[in-house]
Write a protein that binds this ligand. Structure first.
Ligand code: SAH
Length: 342
């Protein structure tokens, strides 16, 4: 619970003074103590009541893979009900960046993505998302400096929990991480993008675009049938005008699907006039999907053509390619389902 709600709960439900809420919050988020019995400045009777009435769900590390090519670490996190999600810790010059999951599985059905192959199992609670952050920081032995919600799941499909998570994460009495250092990636749920814009949280929004025409996009991203490109672009422009935060568009290059010069021209035309950035990612092949990545030459030519047309773009540097660091691959191989090929 965010601090305000916790304080109200402690007062109204437990009949305790409000400052107890702040003490509990501090034990959890500052001292990282996940056991009521160890919260020594609380009266014994309150600790007992808390043990009966409240839960402190622990997130633990089931598996940890370290890249030999770079400093990337991939975690398979275990949730209290033993389901697993993934997180990735990457070292950049400005510090550690963590990518976390927001759902177990995903309902969005993008055809190139391993996370959605078994559908949505369940959404993560705010405590579980914080648990991913705290467990990664414990393992790393140092705090992270930025966070991306780009792991398994669609964060805007778990909207209320993600908002509570962000409230706690950024609260002064909590983890105190500025939302300026947080990016949220979405496949494009326009209503939610609009709500997020109105909240003005200062988050960076990444939008998974992957195609610049409705026909191609609907084929690879079913969400496009509900929120076609015209609507998505309207929401993205609105997000920028309300928040002043430049949007990052993700574009996974898939051989024979969206990687020709004509596709690059379409993309530049779609984004013309927007203050935005394009991240090009050679797709991570997922065996079940039969997706293939273009050769390095085509990727370079695609990027160069975008630049020539006035659209800034970078080809994403790949990290952890030897440890299946991309979305959804580890959870599936661990669950004994057909392993992804990367
Ligand atoms: N559901 C959110 C966030 C999770 S996916 C979203 O769609 O943005 C994180 C990013 O990885 C998205 O841009 C997604 O499209 C991309 N992605 C998924 N599978 C991929 C693959 N096999 N290769 C490259 N990028 C992939």
């Amino acid at each position: 619970m965010p601090l305000a709600r916790l304080t109200a709960w402690v007062r109204e439900e437990l009949g305790e003074p409000a400052f107890r809420g702040k003490q509990i919050y501090s034990w959890i988020h500052e001292k990282r103590v996940f056991d009521f019995d160890r919260m020594t400045n609380l009266p014994a009777a309150l600790r007992e009541t808390l043990s009966q009435r409240a839960k402190l769900p622990a997130v633990t590390t089931r598996k940890r893979l370290e890249s030999k090519l770079d400093d990337t670490v991939k975690f398979l996190f275990e949730l209290p009900d033993r389901l697993c999600v993934e997180g990735v810790l990457m070292r950049y010059h400005h510090g550690l960046s963590l990518c976390i999951s927001t759902e177990v599985g995903c309902a969005m059905g993008c055809t190139f993505c391993a996370s959605t192959l078994g559908g949505l199992v369940r959404r993560l609670t705010p405590a579980e998302m914080l648990g991913e952050v705290y467990e990664a920081e414990r393992q790393a032995g140092e705090p992270i400096s930025s966070l991306v919600l780009m792991g398994i799941g669609e964060p805007l499909d778990n909207f209320d929990n993600v908002l509570d998570f962000l409230t706690i994460l950024s609260s002064k009495e909590g983890r105190n991480l500025s939302l300026r250092h947080v990016s949220l990636s979405t496949c494009g749920l326009c209503d939610r993008i609009d709500e997020l814009a109105d909240l003005g949280l200062g988050l960076t929004l990444s939008v998974s675009l992957h195609a610049a025409d409705d026909k191609t996009r609907s084929e690879i991203m079913p969400v496009n049938r509900r929120y076609p490109l015209e609507e998505l672009m309207r929401s993205c422009r609105r997000y920028f005008s309300k928040t002043g935060r430049r949007i990052s568009y993700e574009y996974a290059l898939i051989a024979g699907v969206n990687d020709t010069p004509a596709h690059a021209e379409r993309l530049a035309k779609l984004l013309a006039g927007q203050n935005c950035h394009v991240n090009l990612i050679p797709v991570n092949p997922v065996k079940e999907r039969g997706t293939r990545r273009p050769d390095a030459g085509s990727v370079r030519r695609f990027a160069a053509l975008l630049e020539k047309l006035g659209q800034n773009a970078t080809v994403r540097r790949e990290l952890g390619s030897d440890i299946a660091a991309a979305c959804g691959q580890l959870r599936r191989s661990e669950a004994g389902e057909a392993p992804a090929d990367s």
